[in-house]
Design a protein. Structure first.
Length: 213
């Protein structure tokens, strides 16, 4: 598996550490926009660490009828005030973390923005995260689902909470001190939010050291 190749990833909501370890490694990142929406994936789910263990933050989507909806067209549901609830959950989980005060003013506005589509929300979030990590946002969008771009690794289904074993043997998550580390052992591959709030400027180094070349 060559790190000189480009990589094709699915869209993700506050993507996990694995996603960004790959993101900073490959010369070009393609994001799939023509796949059908898959439930129980990182496409609309982020996992953070709370006082009672891992917590899933899920973006509710509008359930359509008929043919499956393409991920680029999937609309977000605002029937419930999930944004307010999620932000309160994040504050409760990380307000005592070393870098929460440093990053909160960049993250909170995301939960005040009513983006129409999930894909567009994820793209916006990724741009914010790239700025905070001080990395180039080198993403391109796919033009067709079936065709994987030349010299590109297909990771659309590799980075997924459904995978009980790690299909990417190069990814060996480096441990760092998490909130509630006095109660729980290290939980790998949480949302990038967990890494940022706990490690701040050292996050890039953690990402680099989590992918063994």
């Amino acid at each position: 598996m060559s790190f000189e190749n480009n990589i094709l990833l699915s869209t993700a909501y506050f993507a996990p550490v694995h996603f960004y370890s790959r993101f900073i490694t490959h010369p070009q990142i393609f994001i799939e926009q023509f796949e059908h929406f898959n439930k129980q994936t990182y496409r609309n789910r982020a996992v953070i660490m709370g006082g009672n263990g891992p917590i899933s933050l899920i973006v509710p989507v509008v359930k359509g009828r008929g043919p499956k909806t393409l991920i680029k067209d999937l609309k977000i549901s605002y029937e419930m005030d999930w944004q307010r609830n999620q932000w309160q959950t994040i504050v409760s989980a990380y307000n005592s973390s070393p870098y929460f005060e440093y990053y909160k003013d960049d993250i909170q506005p995301i939960f005040e923005k009513k983006t129409k589509n999930l894909f567009n929300l994820n793209q916006y979030i990724n741009g914010v995260i790239c700025d905070l990590l001080e990395i180039e946002n080198k993403t391109k969008l796919t033009t067709d689902f079936e065709e994987v771009p030349a010299n590109t690794l297909n990771f659309r289904e590799v980075i997924s909470p459904k995978n009980r074993t790690n299909p990417d043997t190069n990814f060996q998550p480096k441990e760092y001190t998490q909130v509630f580390s006095d109660k729980f052992k290290f939980v790998p591959n949480l949302s990038i939010l967990d890494l940022l709030f706990n490690e701040g400027p050292n996050s890039f180094t953690i990402l680099e050291e989590s992918l063994r070349k």
